[in-house]
Design a protein around this ligand. Structure first.
Ligand code: 5GP
Ligand code: MN
Length: 342
């Protein structure tokens, strides 16, 4: 059941010290929703800090006041001070404290009010007010609704609109999935409020470095296709990380290329970071990759976009993934036929 917005309104009726959290390796939706809410709450007279566990990708540097974000990994003392001072917490675009690890230390037993706004499946009870809507395209779409439900849709500034529009564009892959009539109505409102569609989309999509394009090329050359399972695997080894000097964010979006081939239902990107093998899965239609990540790779996410990790070496992890596919063959086939008969 949706929390009572009037109770939230009452909490925000007088100026508060607010800390907004979002997840590690923040994406456009995490940063956009945090900063959109930051600008809104500031406009209401609150003292607001955004604390993210790790740094945001360079392509988001255009967002208004992005440099005010406190990165816990880099500025632990400042982050701790902000957290200690806070009267209220917002938890955005995440459904479990695991995804902010040490940033959330002690919060589960903290009596200060917490408000979660999130669109991931199966949220854990991490807040007093849980705005959870897995059918929503993005947390940014939900933050707009939250502001509107507080009665302030008319007070959305160009800065708020730009931040929220950014997360909607990134989480829908440029309006390719998770869209709805309601989303486009929200998008229209954000454009009317002053979001510059052309500028934002140019910043998002035309932001690759030469290195990133070469990493993508390398992955595509080594791509493995398993036609019987309508699955493609892209991978990067520890050596590739060294050779290309791969930094966080350099591999963003690579996984999606597999699904550019008609008939493919699952895309896997398996990459060996220094201490862990990370895995990103994407799928189409009814094929649920969240379940695969949850059951076999200590992860989760959404039906069509999920992630997880493995502590086994890269080769072993790829093999484990391939060996799982026969188990899902019927589901893949059914999803493929359903998808193509729509
Ligand atoms: P990506 O593949 O872009 O890293 O993540 C896709 C989606 O999967 C994200 O929206 C995120 O919610 C989820 N996800 C990625 N990695 C993990 C993980 O390690 N654990 C959980 N629970 N979800 C993850
Ligand atoms: Mn999101």
């Amino acid at each position: 059941m949706e929390p009572n917005i009037d109770e939230v309104k009452a909490l925000l009726a007088s100026p508060k010290d607010v800390v907004i959290f979002s997840h590690r390796n923040p994406d456009g939706d995490a940063v956009g929703s945090s900063l959109g809410l930051f600008h809104y709450l500031q406009s209401q007279g609150h003292q607001v800090k955004v604390v993210l566990p790790s740094d945001y990708p360079d392509f988001l540097a255009f967002l208004p006041d992005v440099s005010d974000i406190i990165i816990y990994d880099d500025e632990e003392e400042l982050a701790r001070k902000a957290i200690d001072n806070a009267g209220i917490f917002f938890i955005l675009d995440l459904n479990s404290f695991d995804r902010i690890d040490k940033v959330a230390a002690g919060l589960d037993k903290d009596s200060r009010p917490r408000i979660m706004i999130d669109h991931h499946l199966f949220p854990e009870p991490i807040a007093d007010f849980m705005f959870s809507d897995p059918s929503s395209s993005s947390t940014c779409e939900m933050v707009y609704k939250f502001i509107a439900d507080l009665g302030h849709a008319g007070w959305v500034t160009p800065e708020i609109a730009e931040c929220l529009y950014t997360g909607i564009v990134t989480d829908t892959g440029g309006f390719k999935f998770s869209t709805s009539p309601a989303l486009f109505r929200t998008v229209a409102k954000l454009l009317e409020a002053g979001a510059d569609d052309y500028k934002i989309q140019d910043n998002i999509w035309n932001s690759m470095t030469e290195k990133q394009l070469r990493i993508l090329g390398h992955c595509l050359v080594n791509m493995e296709i398993l036609p019987e399972f309508r699955t493609g695997i892209l991978w990067l080894s520890k050596e590739d990380y060294k050779h290309f000097d791969i930094q966080r964010g350099d591999t963003e979006g690579i996984v999606n290329y597999v699904l550019r081939m008609p008939g493919m239902m699952i895309a896997a990107f398996i990459h060996e970071q220094p201490t862990i093998v990370k895995m990103s899965l994407r799928s189409k239609g009814a094929m649920d990759v969240q379940q695969i990540c949850k059951s076999h790779f200590r992860g989760g996410g959404h039906k069509n976009a999920a992630g997880g990790a493995s502590f086994a070496p890269l080769g072993t992890t790829i093999k484990k993934f391939k060996n799982l596919l026969p188990e899902y063959a019927a589901e893949i086939d059914a999803a493929y036929h359903e998808f193509n008969n729509q």
